[in-house]
Design a protein around this ligand. Structure first.
Ligand code: CDP
Length: 214
């Protein structure tokens, strides 16, 4: 079975997707973390983001593995590195590159072909898994989403202001929804859930009950 969860930053996708996968005994695949890992590799490799310098060979040399709730890039644990403001600010530039998208979508489909999965991202219901049995589109107001990300980063000891987070989120939303390849968009057969006023438990319960109906 395939469950696709899409939506903008801070809509609660990854938190909810992780719990649902655990409850159902499915594999959870955080596709955003894969784009973030490539973004981190670009920063480290001083790669230009215009698209010209990201080559298929560069991507071929990148191995991405998820193990014990951690993400490894060529065996380096990048779990915390990919959640910094630097990566937040430039990941959309990497994600709009078609060479990157083609490469990562192949990896994502491969995992989904071998396992029951809950996959979250921006284009899962529209492009990666168009035949997923359950598609959810999570959303929430920009204020609710920025506040969640602010609380999350503050908890980690990151020193960023709510205003700064809101601005970078709005910029990323705009880039993600207007890019040429696989823009963030609700699939026509996805169920829309606005989580602004909902707790995590409520969202999880709702999606689990939809999954159980199938
Ligand atoms: O956690 P958050 O929603 O902030 O972001 P994420 O899911 O980690 O995704 C980071 C970025 O990767 C997004 O802003 C998109 O630009 C890109 N992305 C994408 O293009 N397609 C996906 N399937 C997942 C993420």
């Amino acid at each position: 079975m395939q469950i696709a969860i899409d939506g903008p930053a801070g809509s609660g996708k990854s938190t909810v997707a992780k719990i649902i996968a655990q409850e159902l005994g499915f594999i959870y695949l955080d596709t955003g973390a894969m784009y973030r890992a490539v973004a981190w590799a670009c920063i480290k490799g001083n790669i230009q983001l215009s698209g010209i310098d990201i080559t298929e060979d560069f991507l071929k040399a990148i191995d991405i593995q998820f193990r014990n709730n951690k993400i490894f890039l060529n065996d380096i644990d990048v779990t915390t590195h990919i959640r910094t403001q630097e990566v937040h600010n430039m990941v959309s530039d990497v994600a709009k590159n078609q060479i990157v998208r083609q490469d990562l979508v192949i990896r994502q489909r491969e995992i989904a072909s071998e396992n029951d999965v809950v996959m979250d991202g921006r284009d899962i219901g529209t492009v990666v898994l168009p035949y997923a049995q359950l598609k959810i589109f999570l959303t929430a107001s920009i204020d609710a989403r920025a506040k969640r990300r602010y609380d999350e980063m503050k908890l980690k000891g990151d020193n960023v202001s709510l205003e700064e987070i809101k601005k970078s989120m709005e910029k990323r939303d705009l880039q993600d929804t207007t890019r040429k390849y696989s823009p963030l968009k609700q699939a026509s057969d996805a169920i829309l859930i606005d989580t602004s006023e909902m707790s995590i438990d409520e969202v999880v319960e709702k999606i689990l009950s939809l999954a159980n109906e199938i």
